[in-house]
Ligand binder design. Structure first.
Ligand SMILES: O=P(O)(O)OC[C@H]1O[C@H](O[C@H]2O[C@H](CO)[C@@H](O)[C@H](O)[C@H]2O)[C@H](O)[C@@H](O)[C@@H]1O
Length: 273
């Protein structure tokens, strides 16, 4: 597989990756990072109920201070408004719905992936899923502006194949949609060549960060973050948090959300005037 720059993407076992804490600061000497962060599993631990994935005050403080010394964006699969409500900071950028919906300081808002045309299909698919999966106990269908996440974390194991089959069928009935797996979710996404990695490149360009002394640094934990890790190979740094059961295109790893916070605090220290 090649990335957006035509480079062959290297994949690794997460256990073979060096620690970001010990290695990344060396690569940042004399340079400044532009920090892109996933939300669930990176800034907030994975929990049973997506509504309960709140940001700790400590992590909010870390992000606020980080954004005072470098550019920061949260690049999430969540709805943009939802992730902004969770983070509650005005001095950072938010890319919601896997990068299709981007906002930032000074009322900046743009939808660079062209997903608006997929809304009728998403609306229809949402109704179909609700009807066809109404009897499945524990199922949660989360509608985002440009995606639908079908959560099966709280569904009995023997019901999961049925859920996945229905999602597959519904997607097959809508050319405008494609599947996207995640941690105990299957998503319906616009069938477009746009993802978190492209959103990162778009933000780098828009914020005029494509300079020799600025290094894009992406931290994430899930399969959708692989697009960003792959995009940044050869032109930035990818850091995998925990694991998602498959090989990764990230180059470094951090154990968990607490390690992410310590790592970000260390970056703040190196960037302080
Ligand atoms: O890109 P992210 O910011 O990591 O968002 C990915 C998905 O995160 C949420 O679901 C995940 O976290 C939930 C809360 O911890 C968990 O219950 C669920 O099993 C995970 O898949 C969010 O609800 C989804 O919309 C995002 O796509």
């Amino acid at each position: 597989m090649k990335n957006d720059s035509g480079m062959q993407v290297q994949k690794y076992h997460v256990n073979d990756l060096p620690s970001a804490t010990s290695e990344v600061p060396k690569h940042l000497q004399g340079k400044k990072p532009a920090v892109f962060l996933d939300y669930d599993g990176c800034l907030s631990p994975i929990v049973q109920d997506p509504d309960k994935a709140v940001l700790s005050e400590e992590m909010r403080s870390t992000l606020k201070r980080l954004a005072e010394v470098c550019s920061v964006a949260v690049v999430s699969g969540r709805d943009r408004a939802n992730v902004k409500d969770l983070v509650q900071l005005d001095n950072i950028y938010y890319a919601g719905s896997h990068g299709f919906d981007i906002s930032g300081p000074d009322d900046m808002h743009t939808e660079p992936g062209g997903a608006a045309a997929a809304i009728p299909a998403l609306d229809k698919a949402q109704e179909e899923l609700k009807e066809r999966l109404q009897d499945v106990q524990g199922l949660f269908i989360e509608r985002k502006r440009y995606a639908i996440a079908v959560h099966y974390r709280n569904v009995a194991e023997d019901q999961v194949p049925k859920v996945l089959e229905v999602v597959k069928q519904v997607i097959s009935e809508h050319e405008a949609l494609k599947p996207g797996p995640g941690k105990m979710i299957m998503e319906l996404k616009p069938n477009l060549d746009w993802h978190k990695g492209k959103a990162v490149l778009w933000l780098m360009e828009k914020l005029e960060l494509n300079k020799p002394d600025i290094v894009p640094l992406y931290i994430g934990d899930d399969l959708t973050d692989e697009d960003a890790f792959a995009t940044l190979q050869g032109q930035g740094i990818g850091v995998m948090v925990g694991e998602h059961g498959q090989q990764t295109a990230a180059s470094y790893q951090l154990e968990d959300v607490a390690a992410v916070q310590d790592f970000l605090e260390a970056i703040i220290q190196t960037l302080k005037p």
